[in-house]
Design a protein around this ligand. Structure first.
Ligand code: PLA
Length: 515
């Protein structure tokens, strides 16, 4: 059977050919690539053949074709037109009419997707690692990709104090009403006080504009939107390297960014001179993104003296510090110590941004609880800034979730719970420090090359930046089933004491045998 096929692209007909029925099937891959193409079929054949022609389009379901077959019976002779309902709602034929000579002309809008020009996104460099880990069936597999705390049995951990706070919330029978746009007032108060210290003058002077955010990421995103709106053209300086999502956040908010030197591979330490030089060289009034503690991914933090010098140059250049505090209390085990960088800048009277997260220190990863704080030079400015942050949040997600906010407010607001939290945080930070030490001991004992592994001990927080390159990191995964990010970062929070030796073997093998 031959079918006249008129092929149109963007409504312009560019081909009219007679094709055998079989050929129609070969057209379909083309049609799927170009959603704008429609094919008109002019058939001088009976309805049953029409139905089988339709079947050769994968997008036309067999039921639609057989429905056509059934319903067409007898109608050809009568010359009446076919209702489009024959094809089922989803098939949308463009036109179909009978002609007096019995020929049927119809245009089938092929169900090629409008999304065909959307290419497959690459897996996320951090969260994608967990997906690959899940698919691995090897019993030695180890997930050191995402920074999520695990117990010695490598199980996720819900803090006991969180369970207690949740039980209390359940007993109280709290409702599920919307929160205000800025979030739970008790949470906002608690989070700003935890950050700056409850007795900090900036709190009493009401100079901090705080709104609850969708954890650290969502809070950074609000700040990025504020920068885009009120500091047009201002650049954000970010450390090289940094947490991979920082670049995505500023890109999506259309905020320009550039990098300042941070990590020196030669010393596996901080490139302090490079950092200072790059911050100095940036245009006046830039934002400088700083990791408040436990720099991700390097685990290398400036010393208190270096923080002072960083503050000097930021002040000199009239830059605005923008802290990302995702690990308060989790780096050293002390909430106050881990906030000391932010407090040092605040004490100098500087205006600054701080994004906070409770994913790690309270283990509330999935609750998406955090905050964005803007320290302003006056209470009046803080009120205005807060109003604009609310304005940004409202069309993005309207208002934040309540559960995590209540947990934080309850834990911080109850002295017994607060102490329990600090104990559990110390326990988690302590476990990470102990596997760090054990990994180091194993590396030193097993590697006879004389390589200096002491950087493992110098780094702080949940990560170790091993210095392994991409090929070596691939070897860790492909050969040893150890999942990690391709920048050579491993999360020690996902390591158990029992697996330290195995990890050391894998690192030594990858370091020496893969280049
Ligand atoms: N800022 C830094 C520096 C982070 O490391 C992370 C999380 C966040 C913000 C945001 O976390 P939140 O949105 O959950 O509050 N970094 C993780 C997870 C732990 C991730 O990539 O999302 C990491 O593995 O790097």
């Amino acid at each position: 059977m031959w079918i006249e096929s008129r092929i149109r692209y963007k409504r312009v007909r560019f081909a009219s050919v007679f094709l055998p029925l079989d050929c129609i099937a070969h057209l379909t891959p083309l049609l799927h690539r170009h959603s704008q193409i429609t094919v008109s079929l002019t058939l001088s054949v009976g309805t049953s053949q029409m139905a089988s022609a339709l079947l050769s389009f994968p997008s036309v379901s067999p039921s639609a074709a057989s429905s056509l077959q059934d319903k067409c019976k007898g109608k050809m002779k009568s010359g009446s037109s076919f209702p489009s309902a024959f094809f089922g709602k989803e098939k949308r034929p463009l036109s179909m009419k009978t002609k007096s000579n019995g020929r049927i002309t119809m245009a089938v809008a092929v169900n090629a997707s409008r999304f065909d020009n959307i290419t497959m996104a690459p897996p996320d460099p951090i969260l994608g690692v967990s997906e690959a880990f899940k698919a691995d069936t090897d019993e030695m597999k180890l997930n050191l990709g995402v920074g999520a705390y695990r117990t010695e049995e490598l199980q996720p951990y819900v803090l006991k104090v969180v369970r207690k706070a949740e039980n209390l919330m359940l007993e109280r029978g709290e409702n599920k009403e919307y929160l205000p746009i800025e979030g739970l007032a008790a949470f906002n108060k608690a989070t700003a006080e935890l950050l700056f210290g409850a007795d900090n003058p900036v709190i009493h002077e009401q100079r901090v504009a705080t709104i609850q955010g969708l954890s650290g990421t969502g809070s950074l995103r609000i700040a990025a939107a504020l920068i885009e709106r009120y500091f047009p053209g201002a650049k954000v300086l970010i450390s090289s390297p940094t947490w991979g999502n920082h670049k995505n956040i500023f890109n999506d908010a259309r905020v320009p960014w550039s990098e300042y030197r941070y990590y020196d591979p030669k010393t596996v330490g901080l490139d302090f001179d490079g950092m200072i030089a790059d911050i100095k060289a940036a245009p006046e009034g830039s934002f400088v993104l700083l990791h408040g503690c436990a720099h991700n991914p390097t685990g290398i933090d400036p010393t208190p003296e270096q923080w002072e010098k960083i503050a000097d140059v930021i002040q000199e250049k009239n830059h605005i510090p923008f802290f990302d505090v995702a690990y308060q209390g989790f780096a050293s085990g002390s909430l106050d110590q881990d906030a000391s960088s932010v407090r040092l800048f605040a004490a100098r009277g500087m205006e600054l941004f701080v994004a906070q997260s409770y994913s790690k220190n309270l283990g509330l990863y999935a609750e998406r609880i955090g905050a964005i704080n803007v320290l302003c030079s006056s209470a009046d400015a803080a009120v205005r800034v807060k109003s604009q942050m609310k304005r940004i949040a409202r069309p993005m997600y309207s208002n934040p979730p309540v559960h995590g906010a209540r947990i934080v407010a309850n834990v911080v607001g109850n002295p017994d719970f607060f102490n329990e939290w600090k104990e559990e945080m110390e326990m988690m930070a302590g476990r990470i420090k102990s596997v760090r030490q054990k990994l180091y001991n194993n590396l030193c004992a097993k590697d006879k090359s004389g390589k200096d592994w002491s950087f493992v001990l110098k780094q702080i927080g949940m990560f170790s930046f091993t210095g392994l390159n991409k090929a070596q990191s691939d070897n860790m995964t492909d050969k040893w089933h150890i999942y990690m990010t391709k920048d050579g970062r491993i999360s020690l929070a996902g390591l158990s004491a029992a697996k330290c030796e195995y990890l050391a073997d894998a690192i030594i093998d990858s370091y020496h045998n893969v280049s």
